[in-house]
Design a binder for this molecule. Structure first.
Ligand code: ZN
Length: 284
């Protein structure tokens, strides 16, 4: 073996030894790259998951809305009743955690509702994304997370004179202009706002959902009930012409609301005004 051959042999013997494994630095670089890629991808995955949730929720609202539209066809144009804890209403019973919750896990309450014959899926009454709630020491799925805007099919003193037992009068919610904006009782009553802008169903916040009535104060800076913020910074709604929408909140406070009768943001709460305009709109 010449001297140059010997040098090659030595070099050749070293090369494989250097290639059999990564160095610690190389491994750390690979791990760092994977971490960076995961960091970039995870928010995108979370957004995609959120969009799927919104789509499924809107699909449920759409089916409920179609059932709501079919009801007046069979009932001389009269809207399904949105009376509070009343067997003649679209849905009876409450689903809140606090008051014994006869309706929270009870599907019979939905099946006994006057809207149920128009779509016999109980699943459309809830948002698939709503988290389980603690009840009696264990976690349960609430059977209904959707409520109906109180102006649609609500009850006023006139109903009290027509129906026995009298339903609970909810016309005061539009105070001080309750007389100008009485509950819509027939399809033809829906004018201010018109059907394309008149809210019917809404995915309600788990902290205020109880009866099926979603109360939007007409002319005061107060949130009586609050919408859910399960789907990121916004919520799902349906309208009297049959379409559904996702509303992204304009005020950072809206998604943080947690209870009944909270004052709206001052001086102007754009999200509350949007709900009010979709309930009783003096400008239409
Ligand atoms: Zn939802």
């Amino acid at each position: 073996m010449s001297e140059s051959n010997s040098a090659l042999a030595v070099t050749g013997a070293r090369r494989p030894a250097r290639r059999v494994a990564f160095t610690l630095i190389e491994l750390l670089v690979v791990i760092a790259i994977i971490a960076i890629l995961a960091g970039l991808l995870l928010p995108a995955l979370a957004r995609a998951k959120m969009k799927v949730g919104v789509t499924r929720c809107l699909s449920n609202l759409k089916q409920l809305q179609l059932a709501w539209l079919m009801y007046p066809d069979d009932n001389t144009d009269v809207l399904v009743k949105n009376w509070i804890v009343d067997k003649r209403a679209w849905v009876d019973g409450t689903v809140d955690v606090g008051s014994g919750s006869p309706g929270m896990t009870n599907l019979t309450v939905i099946r006994n509702g006057t809207l149920y014959p128009y779509n016999t899926s109980t699943e459309i009454y809830r948002c698939p994304n709503d988290p389980p709630e603690k009840l009696g020491g264990k976690f349960v799925i609430r059977v209904r997370t959707v409520s109906m805007n109180g102006r649609m099919g609500g009850a006023d003193p006139q109903d009290g004179s027509l129906y026995k037992p009298a339903p609970i009068d909810t016309s005061w919610v539009q105070d001080p202009r309750a007389k100008e904006f009485p509950p819509n009782k027939k399809t033809l009553d829906i004018k201010r706002p018109p059907p394309a802008r008149a809210n019917v169903f809404v995915h309600e916040h788990p902290k205020t959902i109880e009866d099926g009535y979603f109360a939007v104060k007409g002319f005061q800076n107060i949130w009586q009930n609050i919408p859910a913020s399960t789907h990121g910074n916004g919520d799902t709604l349906s309208f009297a012409d049959g379409h559904v929408e996702y509303w992204r909140w304009l005020e950072p406070e809206t998604a943080k609301r947690k209870t009944w009768d909270e004052p709206g943001k001052k001086p102007v709460d754009r999200d509350l005004i949007r709900f009010q305009k979709a309930t009783s709109d003096p400008d239409s």
